[in-house]
Design a protein. Structure first.
Length: 289
């Protein structure tokens, strides 16, 4: 089922997983997806890596298994930096063969030796997918605190508008730790003529190191209330993870009450995190039992 159909019908709830890295078997991802499917998400997204992790080839098989074996809509990620049009066309063909009709079109992270070939920006990829006649439902990324590489807020919103005009159907946000950042972003989107549905992406932090890494790579700010949670959690890893999941569930409950189009959980391949998020949204009435 197309994700736009789900978004037009109701507020959605979804998870993200990533393929196993290195020599880990695909069965690892299948098992994670199967556990998460028990929480009945509207879709499960599967990440794609073109940065040398060696797991990009597993995106389509995992997405296909989610659709075929679990009966859950799959969203396959696709990054374009360093790819040719032929590479993208082959990937789209593999999606069609697997019965996957939803794709998240991304530029991908810059890396040494990885330069643009046919696609400089995500909007270029979106335009190519739209003009290819594939019929894919195309999602795009957005950044509540601005893209880390955008020199100004205006430039960040201009890039977002270009994604919309290129043919994106909806947006999924980068992680954020302060809901007010998302609410301000949502209002500014309207002022900048960006009118696509926006799914709010939340990543529960599980350790001090993780949140520091996320803040650096994604440009997400860490509010004082998060720092206080971590201080109170102390040095025990289990307590830090528990504090992060609890904080994320509070974020989700507040977002649900403020009429978001959808909620997407960056669950880090942890079914327990996905399940805790669902329980919090059941408790606040966002989801039905």
């Amino acid at each position: 089922m197309r994700i736009t159909d789900k978004l037009s019908a109701r507020q959605t709830f979804s998870f993200e997983i990533f393929p196993p890295k290195g020599e880990l078997p695909l069965e690892t991802a299948y098992a994670v997806a199967s556990e998460m499917a028990a929480d009945r998400p509207d879709w499960i997204s599967v990440t794609y890596s073109a940065g040398g992790s060696g797991n990009s080839a597993n995106t389509v098989p995992i997405a296909a298994s989610i659709e075929r074996d679990l009966g859950i809509t799959a969203l396959a990620h696709l990054t374009c930096l360093g790819s040719t049009r032929a590479d993208v066309d082959a990937y789209v063909a593999s999606l069609a063969e697997a019965g996957v009709e939803n794709v998240l079109a991304l530029r991908g992270d810059r890396a040494p030796g990885r330069e643009p070939i046919d696609f400089e920006h995500a909007s270029d990829l979106i335009a190519h997918l739209r003009s290819s006649g594939s019929g894919l439902c195309i999602g795009a990324a957005c950044y509540p605190e601005g893209h880390v590489e955008s020199p100004t807020e205006e430039e960040s919103f201009r890039s977002l508008y270009l994604k919309q005009e290129a043919g994106a159907d909806y947006l999924v946000s980068q992680l954020f730790f302060d809901n007010e950042d998302f609410y301000r972003f949502r209002e500014k989107c309207l002022r900048h003529r960006v009118r696509l549905p926006i799914v709010a992406g939340i990543m529960p932090f599980t350790s001090v190191k993780q949140i520091q890494r996320m803040a650096f790579t994604c440009g997400a700010s860490i509010p004082a209330k998060v720092v206080k949670r971590l201080v109170l959690a102390g040095d025990d890893p289990a307590d830090q993870a528990r504090a992060g999941v609890e904080y994320a569930c509070e974020q989700l409950t507040d977002l649900a009450a403020n009429g978001v189009d959808g909620l997407h959980i960056y669950s880090m391949n942890k079914p327990s995190v996905a399940h805790a998020a669902r329980e919090a949204l059941l408790a606040c009435g966002y989801l039905e039992a």
